[in-house]
Ligand binder design. Structure first.
Ligand SMILES: Cc1cc2nc3c(=O)[nH]c(=O)nc-3n(C[C@H](O)[C@H](O)[C@H](O)COP(=O)(O)OP(=O)(O)OC[C@H]3O[C@@H](n4cnc5c(N)ncnc54)[C@H](O)[C@@H]3O)c2cc1C
Length: 412
């Protein structure tokens, strides 16, 4: 490691991937300078609790931090907050900052994540329309989250549904507006979507699918949301959970390959051998899926961040991971493994129309390619194995709750 002791490794983007990259460099004994640069005012923090415990008020801001500032200092990680990188000069191996400063690097990691997709209509910039990505977004939203107020949530994806579950528990009146025919349509099956629509409706949420947002009305603040069919919904505030745009502009302007994310190889290397990238901003080859993929998941951000650190140190280790994800809504914990897109058969274990715990397994060519488990930790544990193996399992036995999950895992 002595040859790297005088080097400077810079990480741009102080989110979960950036923090993991920096921490892993130190864990591996890198003795040079590690600089972690972030445009937000906060130390690196975990985003999943933002739409769960932090919005509910049960998780404090400090509890979100991946490491408190003192922890980063102890590891000799130079953390720069409120520092936006505006340009990478690859020839001079120098970063340029919004405040005019510069910083030279020997190796660079881009962990710039993504930003919320914004509603493209008049009044989307009113002060009571909130995206859900940062601590600041949630702090602003919480000031409006008062019992009796009406929250209109645009987008029936994970973030919208999680925010709805918290808001209704806080005593707000909640309406979810989803343009597609069902919630979670892009990520799961109709059976699982129907389950989530049911539990939200049972909790008192007005779930409307297949709707078109015609206008956000109001002067100085949105007061009504008008739909394509002419109906008008009262709104004290609006939450926009309509997806993520990867932050790739910096990489693109520097001439790195970008296509729905910064293109990296299996070692998290970009098209410049001295620049690596990890997390939500990357498009990486997945051996498991047999294609490239851009994931928006904490597990990927953390593991790919660690992998980038190893490869910045020249280890040449490929990154292999079976994607997995979770979501908490009410008393239900959804855990997903694999990607179900293109499945031919769904096998249910338990009844999602009447129960609050069940599992759905997705089969293609007779093999399990993905699974969703709701409050079924045992099923999820074994589902991870079955999906990783792409196991061929008899659907009737898979559906039969009397057959233990462990007995479904093929030998060897
Ligand atoms: C509300 C919410 C709930 C979630 N829930 C879950 C969940 O339950 N399970 C799950 O697996 N995942 C969940 N996710 C997704 C997960 O949080 C992300 O996948 C993860 O945070 C990605 O980490 P990242 O470091 O790649 O990117 P980010 O967390 O986006 O971090 C990137 C950082 O880089 C900064 N940056 C960008 N450009 C620059 C620049 N030019 N200069 C300086 N800084 C820059 C950004 O401001 C940001 O702070 C959730 C996300 C949100 C928003």
């Amino acid at each position: 490691m002595s040859d790297t002791a005088t080097q400077t490794f810079v990480i741009v983007g102080a989110g979960q991937a950036g923090a993991e990259t920096a921490l892993e460099l130190r864990k591996l004994g890198f003795a040079g300078r590690v600089v972690l640069v972030g445009e937000e005012p906060h130390p690196p923090y975990k985003r999943p609790p933002l739409s769960k415990g932090f919005l509910a008020g049960s998780v404090t801001q400090e509890q979100l931090y991946v490491q408190p500032l003192a922890g980063l200092e102890k590891q000799n990680i130079e953390f720069r907050a409120n520092a936006r990188v505006t340009r990478i000069d690859r020839a001079a191996k120098t970063l340029h900052f919004a405040d005019g400063g510069t910083l030279a690097y020997d190796k660079l990691a881009l962990t710039t994540g993504g930003r919320p997709r914004l509603l493209s209509m008049a009044n989307a910039d009113q002060p009571n329309v909130f995206p859900v990505r940062t601590i600041n977004d949630i702090v602003a939203m919480r000031a409006h989250s008062v019992a009796g107020k009406h929250a209109v949530i645009i987008g029936g994806g994970f973030i919208g549904l999680e925010a709805a579950a918290v808001a209704v528990k806080l005593g707000l009146k909640v309406t979810i507006l989803e343009g597609l025919p069902r919630v979670l349509a892009r990520v799961t099956s109709p059976e699982v979507s129907a389950f989530f629509e049911r539990i939200h409706r049972e909790a008192g949420v007005d779930v409307r699918t297949g709707v078109q947002i015609a206008a956000l009305e109001g002067d100085g603040a949105v007061t009504h949301v008008t739909l394509g069919d002419g109906s008008r919904i009262d709104a004290d505030f609006v939450v926009a959970g309509i997806g993520l745009v990867p932050n790739t502009e910096l990489a693109q302007a520097a001439g790195l390959d970008v296509d729905n994310g910064i293109i990296v190889d299996e070692c998290a290397r970009t098209s410049d051998p001295d620049i690596f990238a990890a997390g939500d901003c990357t498009n990486h080859p997945s051996e498991f899926l047999g294609r490239r993929v851009r994931l928006e998941s904490v597990q990927n951000a953390m593991e790919q961040g660690r992998n980038a650190a190893r490869n910045m140190l020249g280890k040449n280790e490929p990154y292999h991971m079976v994607p997995w994800f979770w979501s908490d809504q009410y008393d239900c914990k959804l855990q997903m493994v694999g990607i179900s897109t293109g499945y031919e058969q769904v096998v249910l274990r338990g009844d999602p129309t009447t129960q609050r715990s069940f599992a759905a397994f997705y089969l293609k060519d007779g093999k399990i390619i993905a699974a969703d488990a709701v409050s079924k930790p045992q099923e999820f544990l074994f589902a991870k194995k079955l999906v990783a193996m792409r196991a061929a399992v008899d659907p009737a036995r898979l559906a039969d709750e009397a057959v233990a999950m462990k007995d479904l895992v093929p030998a060897g």
